[in-house]
Ligand binder design. Sequence first.
Ligand code: SF4
Length: 396
Amino acid sequence: MSTLQLPQAAPSSSRKVKYIREIEAVPHLTAAQKDRLKAVVDRYVFRANDYYLGLIDWSDPNDPIRQLIIPREEELKDWGKLDASNEAAVTVAHGVQHKYTHTVLLLCNEVCGAYCRYCFRKRLFMDGNDEVSNDVSAGLNYIREHPEVTNVLLTGGDPLLMSTRRLREIIEELRAIDHVRIIRIGSKMPAFDPWRLTRDAELQEVLRRNSTPRKRIYLMAHFDHPRELTDAAVEGLDAFLRCGVICVNQCPLIAGINDDEEVLGTMYRELSFIGCPPYYLFQGRPTAGNEPYEVPIVRGWHIFRGAMRRGSGLASRARYVMSHETGKVEIQAVDDRYIYLRYHRAKDPAMRGRFMIYHRNDEAYWLDQLEPTDVSGQLAPAFAMSAPDEILEGPE
Ligand code: SF4
């Protein structure tokens, strides 16, 4: 049974958060700390708000909420790539990514409610980046011409930071495309600003009208730590559920924030209780600036396994995956000698389901650092479900 205390932040359906863009404006840091962080925020932008900063226990320098939002000098270490999963390679039009047969991503906003220090898309927030498209017409045309696309993910950045008018336009345009069955909204706003939906009757109506019995809207929520699940956040999620939106959670495994089986297990249990069960746990990508937040694969797998044992089936639905350039590689098991992986999704449909065995390496944090075994190639056909997507899922 968990001993973690869950937080209480009073619900108030119409509250507005106050955004803070300057590290100098954070009252709890000393002048010397702010001075040292200036070079960090010059490279990787800072943004927070009064509500989220209010969740931090400032007496604890290792407070997980603090780690999530307050920059660290170690981010400046020369490490990783800005586009670690090579999203450029699957960009089919401005702001449009198509990697897996049935799902297209529209990068439609370049701002978030706050900036997670470990973000794998931090390049979008940097000066000169032009990957996000405010005009989604190229994406909509692409989707119209691809009837195999049944899922569209609105992402960025955070789509729920867009105006309701823009959201309405995009959602209604997507709903007018017959073969688009699921519209996903990837958002951390339920954690950063729980009142985004409760104070917006118009957006509630847009969601209610466009999440239909046969064509649902999904909220791909992003909670990283159980302390984000305040009363206000739970009420905010409830508002999505009441609008007919299906809620699931996906988050990375992050050092200093949720790399602990009790923390992760507690969050998964709570998420299952409130109707937002876990979906993916992501291995942190080797993104520039993110070294302080990385957890090696083997350690990550043990944490994940421990968390999975702490809850019901609904609290244990997450898959632990690496969003690798070649596909979503699920970390299935680790023993004394090997790491067992499987392509849950693959960029090349022929690779989907392929089972792989790599030599155990306790330092490795990414697929490219692992060495395949000789047996991997021999065993693969016996274990693989490497049929093309069309066979596995049938025509849509
Ligand atoms: S909410 Fe998502 S896109 Fe925005 S900073 Fe956090 S991880 Fe990155």
